[in-house]
Design a protein around this ligand. Structure first.
Ligand code: NAI
Ligand code: MG
Length: 359
């Protein structure tokens, strides 16, 4: 891959503001000679306003042609009254499905400088750096049959079906092992093998795939225990990989270890490591247009893009280091400031980051 083609979808609310800061980073990298090319498109409410659909055809075309996609956030009260089919969330669901983004990566990293803001004791989270990997397209959320029926006793009954096929497990297993190779080379697979047949298959496939990665250590944990261990001693984990529903819950739990929502990046990958990168937070309509949003989650998502889609670990590490540096220098947006600390705006944080990133 010579020129890296990036599609930028700022979206709604604070999306355009945080994305403008991410673009400053791209501009700096390009000025240093990185082969980067980017264009802008619409997604979510902004796309509905401009083109009448949350994931319009122009965006579909651009998304398929891009190597990676950077997204802000979508949604907001302005769109709450729209019919379900054209609501902003349909934009995200649509692009995920269209691009086959089945692997959701959510790092949880505790910054020393922000330890005071965490609800955990410093010794529990100091130095924490884990990656939760959630399968995104299978499991009980999509399993058929599902629905309502009347049972033998005449009571109303709802039912869903949990299922995973071996290839579905295998592809997420490979993402986990590959990610572990870029980190501390440990994978913990989370399941409920003592009860669920789906989990028995999950575990078998994990073990099989692990044979291709002899340099990575594989362990297994039941999901209930994993939920406890995450708050008891989270540093025992490196990469944690799990199915859609367990991952939904565990990734939210893990995000609280790290502190502010304004610092949490995420990635969703397809089979070729093409990815959609976005902050974990939403469009924050309460602070939009006020130069208050923290752009760091978006910039950290971009760092993930360089790592996972472009295999450019050095660049990714450099951006991560620049984020640590601005925190060390004391730069704080409102969401990460402690009492008495000086608060800066979105633009000022972006500028500080770019200055810290400069060679
Ligand atoms: P939210 O994440 O937008 O906001 C929750 C709280 O965190 C708010 O007080 C907000 O001001 C603050 N916050 C969020 N990001 C921040 C940042 N970068 N810097 C500083 N503070 C930040 O979640 P909420 O309020 O539940 O949802 C608002 C809208 O966003 C809704 O329309 C929702 O559907 C949408 N949403 C979109 C997501 C996406 O695009 N992937 C994910 C979650 C929600
Ligand atoms: Mg969730």
């Amino acid at each position: 891959m010579s020129i890296k083609k990036i599609l930028i979808l700022p979206g709604d609310g604070i999306g355009p503001e945080i994305m403008a800061e991410a673009v400053k980073v791209l501009e700096l990298l390009k000025s240093e000679g990185e082969q980067l090319e980017w264009s802008f498109g619409h997604l979510g409410g902004a796309a509905y306003d401009a083109e009448g659909h949350p994931y319009p055809e122009s965006t579909q075309k651009a998304a398929r042609a891009a190597d990676a996609i950077l997204m802000g956030a979508v949604g907001g009260p302005k769109y709450d009254a729209l019919p379900r089919a054209v609501r902003p969330e349909q934009g995200i669901l649509g692009i995920r499905k269209d691009l086959g983004l089945f692997a959701n990566l959510r790092p949880a990293l505790a910054y020393e400088e922000l330890a005071a803001a965490s609800s955990f004791k410093p010794e529990i989270i100091a130095g924490l750096d884990i990656l939760i990997l959630r399968e995104l397209t299978g499991d009980i959320y999509f399993g058929a049959p599902r629905g309502r029926r009347t049972n033998a006793e005449g009571h109303a009954e709802g039912f869903d079906t949990m299922h995973y096929s071996a290839p579905e497990v295998e592809r997420i297993a490979r993402v986990a092992f590959e990610a572990a190779r870029k980190r501390s080379k440990r994978v913990c697979s989370v399941d409920k093998e003592n009860v669920l047949e789906t989990s028995r298959l999950w575990r078998e496939v994990m073990i099989n795939v692990s044979k291709d990665y002899p340099d990575v250590e594989l362990t297994h944990m039941y999901v209930d225990n994993a939920a406890m261990q995450l708050v008891k001693y989270p540093k025992q984990f490196d990469v944690m990989v799990t199915g859609n529903i367990f991952g939904d819950i565990l990734s939210d739990e893990a995000s609280m270890l790290a502190g502010s929502i304004g610092m949490l990046p995420s990635a969703s990958l397809d089979v070729n490591n093409k990815g959609l990168y976005e902050p974990s937070h939403g469009s924050a309509p309460d602070i939009m247009g006020q130069n208050k949003a923290n752009p760091l989650a978006t910039i950290l998502s971009m760092a993930m893009m360089f790592k996972y889609t472009f295999n450019h670990n050095d660049l990714s590490d450099r951006i991560d280091a620049a984020v640590k540096k601005v925190l060390k220098q004391g730069h704080r947006t409102g969401d990460i400031a402690q009492k008495g600390e000086k608060i800066i705006g979105t633009k000022e944080m972006g500028d500080a980051l770019v200055a810290a990133l400069k060679k």
